[in-house]
Design a protein around this ligand. Structure first.
Ligand code: MG
Length: 438
């Protein structure tokens, strides 16, 4: 595939991702999933333009298009699941402001799995989509997914205590949902960047620690219980503890995973091979099991479905609560963290301190000929995990080497109990790769 990446189609708006392409992508989904199709978009400047083109494409292929306006990706996905309709979300998620993207959603609320994206791409490239006759063109309907989504989250959580929260929506689609969810959970809410603005004037759409200084400070100044920040489409949530310290996404993933396994008295947690060992440690400590997948949220969701997992997620703040939705959900993540504080009576920093700590190093090395390198790596480490590159687990750490399919590089991840161990493993990864390449 070349058009569809791990998360649908992405590119710079009006250059790499044009209104013409959006129109054809609307026809593609209506060819695959005829009937009613829901469409929503994030707050980006180019989003309404692309959304209108998708709606037109759907109607021209004879399906009815439901315009849901601006909404977080999980709100569109929850609507799709509730109404049993396919969906399209126009968003570039955490990418810089000039980007946009188009992602297809199944009637169960999950993103299209890889094989479905492959079929979509074939239809797009060959232009073999349906075109309706003049009198069979679809209708334009309007509906709201915000209330449905907010309600479902509020109803799934019950809190005894009152919490004080600082929310940084980064001017993205989370502005329409997370502050409202927290208010309805009777929290005292302080909002930062909670006005929708597709120029993203305050911070980059990706909620990385370096751009969350205001959030960290506000949590301390307001004596809040925690701070939360979303990416542009609010399917991810990252947290700041009550001391104003950023909590690593891997630690949050491990914390919620442990809690879910405990509640279920065991069960499977699904996460990509790039996730920290702290997730496996936490899950095993309460009698659960971790299943590793290739990197990318659609495959995590797919394996969760196959394995009937209790929980899953990625080490980037994307957490999946399967009883609610088979997709990453930033709004639900906040609600579940509050539920955890409420049930345990502990602060976020106390809870996180119970998660084992590791040091991770990520880097990349120039590497061509992905197939040959992979074959050599698999031969060299036959007992390693081969689901995405090669992950070799040792007692005190692990090493992952992933040759990229799209760039002439291989990514190396090394994690150890100590910084020295991580550095040692990373150096070993580079050595092995250089040896194969020489
Ligand atoms: Mg996102």
């Amino acid at each position: 595939m070349s058009l569809f990446g791990t998360n649908g189609v992405r590119g710079i708006a009006n250059e790499e991702l044009t209104a013409e392409m959006a129109l054809d992508l609307g026809k593609v989904i209506a060819t695959l999933k005829p009937g009613k199709i829901a469409v929503a978009c994030d707050t980006r400047i180019s989003s309404q333009m692309l959304k209108c083109a998708v709606l037109a494409g759907i109607m021209s292929a004879g399906s009815d298009a439901i315009d849901l306006g601006v909404a977080p990706t999980p709100a569109l996905q929850f609507y799709a699941k509730s109404k049993r309709v396919a969906g399209v979300i126009v968003t570039a998620s955490h990418n810089p402001r000039e980007y946009n993207g188009i992602k297809f959603v199944q009637e169960n609320g999950a993103e299209f799995f890889r094989e479905m994206d492959e079929i979509s791409e074939r239809i797009f490239m060959s232009k073999s989509f349906k075109i309706a006759k003049w009198n069979e063109v679809g209708s334009l309907l309007r509906d709201d997914c915000i209330e449905l989504y907010v309600n479902a989250i509020v109803e799934s959580v019950s809190l005894d205590k009152k919490y004080r929260i600082v929310v940084d929506c980064g001017n993205g689609a989370g502005c329409f949902t997370t502050p409202e969810i927290l208010k309805r959970l009777d929290c005292e809410v302080y909002g930062i960047n909670c006005n929708p603005d597709g120029r993203f004037p305050a911070r980059e759409p990706e909620p990385v620690e370096r751009s969350l200084n205001l959030l960290k400070k506000a949590v301390v100044d307001f004596k809040a219980d925690l701070g939360v920040a979303h990416d542009g489409d609010a399917d991810r949530a990252v947290f700041v503890n009550e001391k104003g310290e950023f909590v690593s996404e891997d630690a949050m993933l491990a914390l919620i995973a442990k809690h879910y396994v405990e509640k279920h008295g065991g069960g499977i947690v699904v996460t990509p091979v790039s996730s920290s060992r702290c997730v496996e440690d936490a899950v095993k400590s309460v009698g659960g099991e971790v299943v590793y997948t290739a990197v990318g949220s659609p495959v995590v969701a797919k394996v969760m479905l196959e394995k009937n997992a209790v929980f899953g997620g990625e080490g980037n703040g994307g957490l999946i609560f399967p009883e609610h939705l088979l997709a990453r959900d930033g709004g639900m993540s906040v609600a579940k963290v509050l539920q955890l504080l409420d049930e345990t009576g502990k602060t976020l920093s106390e809870l996180v301190s119970e998660i084992p700590r590791y040091y991770m190093i990520k880097g990349k090395v120039e590497c061509r000929n992905k197939e040959k390198v992979l074959e050599e790596l698999r031969k060299k480490f036959p007992d390693a995990n081969h689901v995405d590159g090669v992950r070799i687990d040792f007692e005190k750490g692990w090493l992952l080497i992933r040759p990229s399919g799209t760039e002439p590089i291989a990514r190396i991840y090394a994690e150890g109990k100590s910084k020295e161990k991580a550095e040692e493993l990373y150096a070993e990864g580079v050595r092995v790769l250089k040896q194969i390449l020489s």
